[in-house]
Design a binder for this molecule. Structure first.
Ligand SMILES: [Cu+2]
Length: 286
């Protein structure tokens, strides 16, 4: 009876894991849709595998030593005066040192290679987008196109995107898991992030840093269009919006705290708005 129960449990557990593993991924860090995210995934996987070189032997040794040196094992030698082995000492120190050296080199190289501030090399001209985190929504300003949106980010595939980011409130973190690299937004400061999408699609964007009451709904949609024409069509659509962000007072209205905000379009923006938002906070601190 007990055994049957256990067998049902194992069977259910197995089926549940099948659902989990056969489901496949369609979003997130392990399912990258851009160059940066692909490199970050392989970094995660390499570091994970290297760490298994420690974890697996430790698990094995836990079992091995507890079996071999158990009290009722009469087959093994009893050596109460044994105290040192050069072989064990060199393995215990040497192996972790090798792994740390390897991980250090790997980290050093990838930290520079995947630096968010590093421009992405491409034949395609990058698109500049300014990001402002508000309570509790995201404002995206397209300075060249002279438009802005709330909670919707759109750009074409295979085009490097240069983000400049700031916050109009507390610290937040801008993160599109499918494209990699999260970066902080801070009031009165400017951070940068360079990303590229190699596949069109709709990806979710989140705030990865708790920022208060409306934080859990502070999400945005990232639409990567399959060509430039579709992106330009979208710009035209935004330009048809009756709403404008052409003054500080209109910006303050948008910045007023709200939760679970819908997508909004602004057909024109105040010149230099992004820099004004940064300076406003930087120089108005009491
Ligand atoms: Cu931190």
């Amino acid at each position: 009876m007990q055994f049957l129960k256990f067998r049902t449990f194992i069977l259910n557990f197995f089926l549940m894991s099948c659902i989990l593993f056969l489901n496949g991924c369609n979003s997130g860090v392990l399912c990258p849709k851009g160059d940066i995210a692909i490199k970050q995934r392989s970094l995660i996987l390499v570091a994970f595998t290297v760490m298994l070189f420690i974890i697996v032997p430790v698990f094995f040794m836990t079992w091995f030593f507890s079996t071999k040196y158990r009290e009722n094992n009469i087959q093994s030698d009893y050596r109460p005066h044994w105290s040192h082995s050069n072989v064990i000492e060199s393995l215990v120190w040497g192996f972790p040192i090798l792994i740390i050296v390897f991980l250090s080199i790997l980290s050093w190289k990838s930290v520079h290679d995947l630096d968010p501030y590093k421009k992405i090399v491409s034949n395609v001209k990058p698109i500049k987008i300014n990001v402002v985190s508000l309570d509790w929504k995201w404002l995206f300003i397209y300075p060249k196109e002279n438009i802005a949106t709330v909670n919707e980010l759109v750009f074409p595939v295979n085009t490097p995107i240069t983000f400049e980011l700031t916050s109009n409130s507390v610290m937040n973190s801008f993160f599109i898991p499918s494209l990699g690299s999260q970066i902080y937004t801070m009031a009165g400061m400017r951070t940068q992030l360079n990303l590229i999408a190699n596949r069109s699609g709709v990806y979710k964007g989140i705030s990865a840093n708790y920022s208060g009451k409306g934080f859990s709904d502070m999400k945005f949609t990232t639409k990567v269009t399959s060509n430039v024409a579709l992106f330009e069509k979208w710009i035209k659509k935004v330009r048809c919006s009756p709403y404008k962000l052409d003054s500080i007072s209109s910006f303050e209205k948008v910045a007023y705290p709200s939760e679970n905000n819908i997508i909004e379009y602004y057909s024109s923006i105040k010149n230099n708005l992004f820099n004004i938002i940064i300076k406003k906070i930087k120089y108005n601190r009491r």
